[in-house]
Design a protein around this ligand. Structure first.
Ligand SMILES: *[C@@H]1O[C@H](CO)[C@@H](O)[C@H](O)[C@H]1NC(C)=O
Ligand SMILES: *[C@@H]1O[C@H](CO)[C@@H](O)[C@H](O)[C@H]1NC(C)=O
Ligand SMILES: *[C@@H]1O[C@H](CO)[C@@H](O)[C@H](O)[C@H]1NC(C)=O
Length: 328
C-alpha cells in the first residue's frame, strides 16, 4: 500500500493564478512540453474500456483520448463506466493506478491536474482507497474527483470550498492556513480517500460537511506528507454557462490543453462489483468496492453566488475558522 502515498500530498493551490490568466498560461507552457498520454489523465483512458453493465460498449472510438472522450456521451454515456482492462484487485495492483510521487519541488512529473478558471480546481487521483471502518475497507474505487473551489470578489479571494466525499466544507479565505504564511491556501489530501482538508490530523466525516476532531466511525487522515504543487503540472480551462443553462462550456487557455474529456457524462472507474466478485461485501449498503465517480462536469460548477455545490447534503455555512484535525 506504500504506493498510495503518492496521493498523500499537500496540494498547494494558488489563489493568484485564478485572477491572472496570462501569467498562468506562460507558466503552464514553460512547465509542460507536449503532453504524453502515459501518466497523465489520458493514462486512465488507455488502461480502461467503456462498459455498461460489465459489457464493453460497441461502436466506441478507439483509442479514446482526452480529445474525443465525449463521443461516448452519444452511446448511453451516463451509464458508461471507464472500466480497468486489468483487474483493479490484482496483486500487485496495475501500475497505472499508482500515480506519481511529487518531486522535491512538489511537481508530479508526467501527471496532470486540471484547473478551471473562476470556479473549480478539480483534483485527480486514480484510485480511491476508502479507508477502514471497524476493520473493514469501504468505498474502494478507481478514479476520484475531489475538488476545491475559490470564490473571488472583485479579484480578491473570499471563500473556499473543500470537497470531502459527497459533501465538504467552506471557509472564509482569510481563515485558511497558507503555505509559508504566504497567499497560497493549503489543501491536505487525505490518505487513500483524497478528501480535502484545511488542516492536518484525523478528521471524522461521519456527518457530511462536519469535520469532527474525534474519530467515531468514518475517519480521514492527513499530514504534511509530500508537498504537491499542482500548478507545476496542470491543465487550465475556463468554464462558462449559456444563459439559463446548467451545462458547462469548457474552453482551453492554451493550444496544448485538451478539454473534450471534460464533457464526458459517464463514470471515471469500474461499475460497482456485484456480490459474485471475489472480496466484495457490504455492510448496510456500504460496499467495499463501489462504483467510479462522475467527472468534473457533474460537480455543480455553476454555483451562482454560492460556495457549496447545490447537491451538498449539509447546509452551506462559510466557516470563519478551520477545525484542527485530532493529532494522534
Ligand atoms: C496510507 O494508508 C495506508 C493504508 O493504511 C498505509 O499503508 C500507508 O502507509 C498510509 N500512507 C502514509 C503516507 O501514511
Ligand atoms: C442505457 O443503459 C442502461 C443501463 O444499462 C439501460 O437500462 C438502458 O436501456 C440503456 N439505454 C439505451 C438507450 O440503450
Ligand atoms: C457480475 O459481474 C461480472 C463482472 O465482474 C459480470 O460478468 C456478471 O455478468 C455480473 N452479474 C450480474 C448478475 O450482473
Amino acid at each position: 500500500m506504500a504506493s498510495l502515498s503518492a496521493y498523500f500530498a499537500v496540494a498547494i493551490l494558488t489563489a493568484q493564478a485564478y485572477c491572472v490568466p496570462t501569467s498562468r498560461n506562460e507558466r503552464r507552457e514553460a512547465a509542460l512540453p507536449e503532453f504524453v498520454n502515459t501518466y497523465d489523465l489520458g493514462a486512465q483512458l488507455a488502461n480502461t474500456q467503456p462498459q455498461i453493465d460489465y459489457k464493453v460498449v460497441e461502436g466506441a472510438l478507439s483509442p479514446l483520448t482526452l480529445y474525443n472522450l465525449d463521443s461516448l456521451n452519444a452511446l448511453n454515456g451516463s451509464n458508461i463506466y471507464l472500466t480497468s482492462i486489468e483487474s483493479t484487485t490484482s496483486n500487485p495492483q496495475p501500475q497505472w493506478l499508482k500515480g506519481v510521487v511529487p518531486d522535491s519541488t512538489g511537481k508530479t512529473n508526467g501527471a496532470s491536474k486540471d484547473r478551471y478558471r473562476k470556479d473549480e480546481a478539480d483534483e485527480y487521483g486514480r484510485y480511491n482507497w476508502g479507508g477502514k471502518v471497524i476493520g473493514l475497507n469501504f468505498d474502494d474505487h478507481i478514479g476520484d474527483w475531489e475538488h476545491t473551489m475559490t470564490r473571488f470578489s472583485n479579484g480578491e479571494p473570499e471563500a473556499m470550498w473543500y470537497s470531502q466525499h459527497g459533501s465538504g466544507e467552506a471557509f472564509e479565505f482569510s481563515a485558511i492556513p497558507k503555505y509559508g504564511n504566504g497567499v497560497r491556501p493549503i489543501v491536505y489530501s487525505a490518505n487513500g480517500s483524497h478528501a480535502n482538508y484545511a488542516t492536518s490530523g484525523t478528521h471524522d466525516h461521519t456527518i457530511p460537511g462536519l469535520d469532527l476532531p474525534l474519530g467515531i466511525a468514518l475517519v480521514d487522515y492527513t499530514d504534511d506528507g509530500y508537498l504537491w504543487d499542482p500548478t507545476l503540472s496542470a491543465y487550465y480551462a475556463s468554464v462558462s454557462f449559456a444563459s439559463g443553462s446548467t451545462t458547462p462550456v469548457f474552453a482551453a487557455y492554451d493550444s496544448t490543453t485538451p478539454v473534450n474529456w471534460l464533457n464526458f457524462v459517464g463514470k471515471w472507474g469500474d461499475q460497482q462489483y456485484n456480490s459474485s466478485y471475489p472480496g466484495q461485501y457490504d455492510v448496510f449498503g456500504q460496499y467495499r468496492y463501489s462504483g467510479g465517480p462522475t467527472g468534473p462536469e457533474a460537480k455543480d460548477l455553476n454555483r451562482g453566488e454560492g460556495t457549496c455545490p447545490s447537491g451538498d447534503p449539509a447546509p452551506c455555512i462559510v466557516l470563519p475558522a478551520v477545525t484542527p484535525g485530532e493529532k494522534v
